[in-house]
Design a protein around this ligand. Structure first.
Ligand SMILES: NC(=O)c1ccc[n+]([C@@H]2O[C@H](COP(=O)([O-])OP(=O)(O)OC[C@H]3O[C@@H](n4cnc5c(N)ncnc54)[C@H](OP(=O)(O)O)[C@@H]3O)[C@@H](O)[C@H]2O)c1
Length: 283
């Protein structure tokens, strides 16, 4: 039976990938840093194995008998050569046949982002791969931005009037599972976006209409940096976020592709649907 290892298993996309894989005819294993605490998050029905990108002692056991790997780069690991490549070398040595990698929209054009370096490293190793190049996750709004929206009714981020083609991680997970289970997706790259591009003014209006309380968009860069720093986030992380929102401000995050729709045989989930489904996060 096909055995699939899912890295970043407690993360946004992966929890959904694991949930969907459970109903497929395959053997699934969650690669986690801390199997005990992961059990509380993932539940008892998910088999797990200890795995840490920065600890090579965990690699042999984690990759044993694995055919396919769902690869997620933890956001804090930016040094691909030191922090990601050793695990990929171990995967190759263990005979992993196919990697589905959660990448970022435009990775093929920007050689400096870690995702681009990972894509090229996988190709160099000669492991067959599928690259899922995703636009901005809707679920950032119920994680990173949750408290601002919930407590102050404020959507605080420096994206100006730029549009973003938000994608719901539930759609990414559905595509990921399809590309892991089905033949025909190896040596392919998909650009995954939602079906519409919206400004954050429009997003704030959608929140207002669903939550029954006013939510305002504040594009102040200075206030954003101050707020993120005072909530304890490291400066490197805040600067990465500023860079991401600057991309949106410059109008470079609004591209809409048809890959998500074609792979799912339906329209991508809308941000209205997302806010409706997740509204308990902000109430
Ligand atoms: N957010 C977006 O809009 C967006 C858009 C496109 C692409 N992406 C990319 O998607 C990827 C995932 O982002 P995310 O925000 O979804 O991440 P996330 O939810 O924070 O998940 C990160 C996962 O990595 C695990 N992890 C952290 N350090 C690890 C280590 N040393 N070894 C093994 N596992 C480790 C964490 O597990 P623990 O439980 O152990 O902490 C967690 O499960 C990133 O590469 C990001 O750049 C994000």
């Amino acid at each position: 039976m096909l055995k699939i290892l899912v890295t970043g298993a407690t993360g946004n996309v992966d929890q959904e990938v694991l949930r969907l894989l459970l109903s497929q005819d395959c053997d699934v294993c969650a690669a986690v840093r801390n199997p005990k605490s992961a059990k509380q998050i993932l539940g008892k029905s998910i088999q797990s194995v200890a795995f840490d990108f920065t600890n090579p002692d965990t690699f042999v056991n984690a990759f044993k008998n694995i055919n396919k790997l769902f690869l997620v780069r933890p956001p804090a690991l930016a040094n691909v050569r030191k922090q990601i490549a050793p695990a990929l070398n171990a995967a190759k040595l263990a005979g992993v046949e196919h990697i589905v990698f959660l990448s970022i929209l435009g990775a093929e054009r920007n050689r400096f982002v870690p995702h681009s370096k990972i894509e090229r490293y996988i190709d160099q190793l000669g492991i067959k791969a599928t690259f899922l190049r995703c636009s901005f996750f809707m679920q950032n709004l119920n994680t990173t931005h949750r408290e601002d929206i919930k407590t102050r009714g404020e959507l605080l981020l420096p994206a100006g009037k730029g549009k973003t083609s938000f994608i719901d991680v539930r759609d990414i997970a559905a595509v990921a599972v399809r590309t892991l289970i089905e033949d025909g997706h190896q040596k392919r790259a998909y650009a995954l976006t939602g079906g519409e591009a919206l400004t954050y003014y429009e997003v704030a209006d959608i929140f207002t209409s669903f939550l029954g309380k006013r939510v305002c968009y504040n594009p102040s860069l200075l206030k954003f940096v101050r707020q993120m720093r005072s909530s304890g986030l490291p400066i490197d992380f805040v600067l990465v976020m500023v860079a991401i929102y600057t991309t949106a401000r410059l109008g470079l995050a609004g591209n809409i592709t048809s890959d998500t729709e074609q792979l799912l045989n339906r329209s991508p989930l809308t941000i209205r649907q997302y806010v409706k489904d997740y509204q308990q996060f902000w109430l």
